[in-house]
Design a protein around this ligand. Structure first.
Ligand code: NPQ
Ligand code: MG
Length: 368
């Protein structure tokens, strides 16, 4: 396709409740949407970068700047852009995977809408419904945590994930395990621990957790090898896994026995599918992570989660977990599952009225 315009929308989506992790508390989602127009049609991508560079080095204003000044001009200059060529055209810029992923997803959406194929079919999905889990933030008290978890269990979520940090780990995990019986339970530290905590983290073994996600800083694969050897709870990497090669290396070294796949973190859905394939070859289960996406990003995540290697419930929650009103038709949980969109491209329609209403500035239109 030949791109004729790339429009950057910046919007604010209030969260239904504050979401606290080891790196801070969020009350609204500051989101960058990418809309591409081309000679074959249009498409949307959602950038998953957070407002601040606290989950990874990327942040939304930085993503917007790198797209505006470097990435969009490279795509707008190209005579022919395909979903498969986007990564190559953007390879000159180091990193900025979330920014690149948003562009590649918008191009993929446009290409598939033109041929009538769904994301699910294009990725290699084998299911039309996916099992869903929910990520639960650090709460003001154990009682408040238990009330929130009970609500999600009542809604039908098949797996609970608790955010933990030093000072908020063994006690909340014990209380939630007592509350939910044998419902699947896992924890996510978002890099809040150090090797000094190995013995302490070993006490999590008594709670029968599915996994502990990213206890140490993203660069320190070796620390995760040490922990994996020291405790029986499986270690799962999130932040550390930025390419299929890193995934294969981390698995080979014994740092991770389960992998969280987030397309934004790895530069797009094509790389996400490659990571799925590498993990499947190595016998490593994967699950689909989440970054508090609106229906636009959620649709693509649900399609990815329908691949055969996604054998654990993902952070692919219903729209109502985060937003009172979504930018698409809401994703509604039924029997702990979401339907995989089957329409062309992402399969969802963007509510342009809401994109306009929630805008925090005028759309930025970039042309060749
Ligand atoms: C994780 N997500 O798995 C992330 C981290 C995360 C669903 O737990 C605003 C935007 C707040 C993105 C908080 C989940 C966020 C965010 C946490 C992502 O590590
Ligand atoms: Mg995580």
């Amino acid at each position: 396709m030949k791109l004729t315009a790339i429009t950057l929308h910046r919007i604010a989506m209030p969260l239904v409740r504050p979401f606290e992790t080891s790196f801070g508390s969020q009350t609204a989602r500051d989101i960058l949407l990418v809309h591409v127009e081309s000679d074959i049609g249009e498409g949307w991508g959602e950038c998953v970068a957070m407002a601040d560079p606290v989950y990874s080095s990327e942040y939304v204003a930085g993503a917007e700047a790198v797209i505006r000044d470097y990435l969009a001009p490279a795509l707008l200059r190209a005579v022919d852009v395909t979903p498969e060529s986007v990564a190559r055209l953007l390879h000159f810029a180091v990193g900025h995977r979330m920014a690149k992923a948003a562009l590649e997803t918008a191009v993929l959406d446009a290409a598939l809408r033109a041929t009538g194929e769904s994301f699910a079919r294009s990725f290699g999905a084998v299911r039309d419904r996916v099992d869903c889990g929910v990520s639960v933030g650090i709460a003001p008290s154990i009682d408040a945590l238990l009330a929130e978890v009970q609500g999600y269990v009542d809604e039908g979520y098949k797996r609970i994930k608790l955010k933990i940090k030093p000072g908020w780990d063994l006690e909340p995990v014990r209380a939630v395990r007592e509350l939910i019986g044998d419902t699947l339970l896992q924890v996510d530290a978002n890099t809040a621990y150090t090797l000094d905590d190995v013995e302490h983290l070993g006490h999590l073994d008594e709670f029968g957790l599915l996994l502990i996600e990213q206890p140490f800083v993203e660069e320190d694969i070796a620390a995760h090898v040490t922990l994996s050897a020291a405790i029986s709870t499986p270690v799962c990497l999130d932040e550390s896994i930025v390419t299929a090669e890193v995934a294969a290396d981390a698995i080979g070294r014994g740092a991770t026995s389960i992998v969280n796949i987030k397309a934004g973190r790895v530069g797009g859905y094509l790389e996400a599918v490659r990571i799925h394939d590498v993990c499947a070859d190595l016998g490593v289960p994967v699950w689909c992570g989440g970054m508090l996406e609106t229906g636009i990003g959620r649709a693509a995540n649900v399609a990815l989660a329908a691949l055969p290697g996604f054998t654990l419930p993902g952070d692919t929650s219903g729209s109502s977990r985060y937003f009172a009103e979504d930018l698409t038709e809401p994703f509604v949980l039924r029997d702990g599952q979401l339907d995989v969109p089957q329409g062309p491209g992402s399969g969802v329609e963007v509510r342009l009225d809401l994109v306009r209403d929630r805008a925090t500035r005028e759309p930025l239109v970039l042309r060749p």
